[in-house]
Design a binder for this molecule. Structure first.
Ligand code: CA2
Length: 159
């Protein structure tokens, strides 16, 4: 069974509790439950983790090398300065989707430029919690693991 990893970075454990006007009212637990359901319906194993520590995320990515066929990561505040995460993403051997709940391009200067995007295969932002569902579908597509019964427009891909 194809395995995909979904990682969430610092402070995202607080989703739904604070700043709902920016990050929405959905909790991380609800997002993970919904992504798990979607993955199951696609016949994919979805491995999920959240950490507030940069080193933990680096190690989680290392551990998935050769095991997960694609990586989805919301690096949160680490997006804007973490060279260690940049290098870990570069070292991952499959497609990597960088995901943000908010549209970081429409944010203040501090939240506008992710240095990780240059290492990612694709970037999804501004779709709120729905972006996680889109990312799971897209990661499955990039991993070549979408089931044949899905409509053709969902199965066509960039490559
Ligand atoms: O929009 C996103 O998903 C972000 O990655 C979230 C980060 C932010 O630094 C990025 O610019 C965009 C912040 C995550 C903080 O999460 C919180 C959740 C609830 C309450 C407070 C913070």
């Amino acid at each position: 069974m194809t395995r995909i990893t979904l990682l969430n970075g610092p402070n995202l454990n607080l989703l739904g509790e604070r700043e709902p006007h920016i990050y929405g009212a959905t909790t991380l637990a609800a997002i993970e439950a919904s992504c798990g359901d979607l993955a199951a319906s696609l016949g994919i194993e979805l491995h999920m983790a959240q950490s507030n520590r940069e080193g933990d995320l680096v190690e989680l990515i290392h551990r998935e090398r050769g095991i997960s066929s694609a990586l989805i990561i919301n690096p949160a505040g680490l997006s804007f300065h973490s060279v260690a995460l940049f290098d870990a993403i570069k070292a991952f051997d499959g497609p990597v989707i960088e995901l943000h709940i908010s549209n970081i391009h429409a944010r203040d200067a501090q939240h506008r430029h992710s240095i990780l995007s240059a290492a990612a295969t694709a970037v999804i932002c501004g779709l709120g919690a729905y972006g996680y569902s889109v990312a799971v579908l897209a990661a499955a597509r990039l991993a070549g693991a979408l089931p044949d019964h899905l409509p053709e427009p969902l199965r066509i891909g960039p490559r």
